[in-house]
Design a protein around this ligand. Structure first.
Ligand SMILES: NC(=O)c1ccc[n+]([C@@H]2O[C@H](COP(=O)([O-])OP(=O)(O)OC[C@H]3O[C@@H](n4cnc5c(N)ncnc54)[C@H](OP(=O)(O)O)[C@@H]3O)[C@@H](O)[C@H]2O)c1
Length: 307
């Protein structure tokens, strides 16, 4: 049995699917079982919150654990410190007590103790915790998910509204498709030798927000310019929203960082080592028919996850 914490999320759903397609039994940890209604009926669902341990009941009977959760966008007390650092600490401790054979942690390319974003610092802390735990472990670091940003930039495009670009939107950023990442997680769960202690996964393209916006508009035959949120406004929001809407402030801060720091990633070396995993492009994602779980996410606000 494999426990997937975050199995209701954008990546987690895909991880659950590749694992079950391969014949694995899966249990999903969620704070709200309604979010698990999109998952296949054979999936076991356990209700819990990693911020509030102990999590022994969640991991009981599991030989593997995947942590595919985050607390980046809030709301309220849901934060990278509470979920990514402390929640992972709780989950790792429970996995140790239960004698779990393998723990796979989803982290982020650039995770470091001095990163300007708290998410990256808290992911780094979780990585350290896992390394020190003595568990057999793999850390899968990923660049930004294509699907997350298509949804943010193109939220209104299908209905004739503008494409939204946060900041100047000229900085090249590496984006990866969640299905590609899920394929790496599957290998990590099953201790594929090429994974070793972990991998950093990126996609085949470094794209600016504006390039994504223009691609989404062009698919609709449109030539209008994307709507831009000025960098100064993002900087101001990242500070003034902090006391009342910390998740929103973190998102504004992320947009500033993504516009102003090196976000490129050369995925070629890792992709050459894993020729069996697809290298999905932006056009591949937008040309694919929306998957049923994606469609449900878009139409049901109750199922929407944080970017
Ligand atoms: N999005 C990106 O661009 C990106 C880039 C690099 C790495 N990653 C990493 O990839 C993983 C998946 O990201 P995603 O964007 O697919 O996530 P997502 O769709 O936003 O979903 C977040 C998940 O975290 C779970 N979660 C949040 N707080 C929790 C808590 N207190 N207790 C238990 N579960 C909690 C949620 O479960 P419930 O709501 O059901 O409780 C949900 O399944 C994360 O580890 C993330 O840091 C993401």
């Amino acid at each position: 049995m494999i426990l997937v914490a975050g199995g209701t999320g954008r990546l987690g759903c895909r991880v659950v699917k590749v694992l079950t397609d391969a014949g694995d039994q899966v249990r999903v940890l969620t704070r709200d079982p309604r979010r698990a209604s999109q998952l296949p009926a054979e999936i076991e669902v356990v209700v819990g919150d990693v911020r509030r341990g102990p999590l022994d009941a969640a991991v009981e009977g599991c030989d593997r654990v995947v942590s595919a959760m985050h607390g980046f966008a809030g709301p309220g007390r849901t934060s990278p410190a509470a979920v990514d650092r402390d929640g992972n600490r709780n989950l790792i401790a429970a996995a140790k007590r239960a004698g779990v054979d393998r723990f796979v942690l989803l982290s982020i390319v650039g995770a470091s103790p001095v990163h300007p974003m708290s998410l990256h610092r808290m992911k780094y802390a979780a990585e350290q915790e896992l390394r020190a735990s003595g568990l057999s472990a793999a850390i899968v670091r990923s660049t930004s998910f294509l699907e997350t940003w298509i949804e943010i930039i193109g939220a209104k495009v299908d209905d004739g509204g503008p494409a939204l670009v946060l900041g100047p939107g000229q900085n090249p950023i590496n984006f990866v498709c969640v299905d590609d990442v899920a394929a790496f997680v599957h290998l990590a769960v099953h201790a594929d030798q090429r994974i070793g202690a972990g991998v950093s996964v990126g996609g085949p393209q470094n794209l600016s927000f504006t390039e994504i916006a223009e691609h989404l508009l062009a698919r609709q035959g449109r030539t209008d310019r994307p709507k831009q949120v000025p960098l100064t406004a993002l900087k101001v929001m990242s500070v003034i929203a902090r006391p009342l809407r910390p998740g929103f402030a973190r998102q504004a801060r992320a947009a500033v960082v993504m516009n102003t720091t090196d976000m490129t990633f050369d995925a070629l070396p890792i992709r050459n080592r894993f020729p069996d995993i697809p290298t999905t492009t932006l056009a591949d994602v937008t040309d694919a028919k929306p998957r049923p779980d994606e469609r449900r996410r878009r139409s049901d606000p109750g199922l929407r996850q944080n970017p």
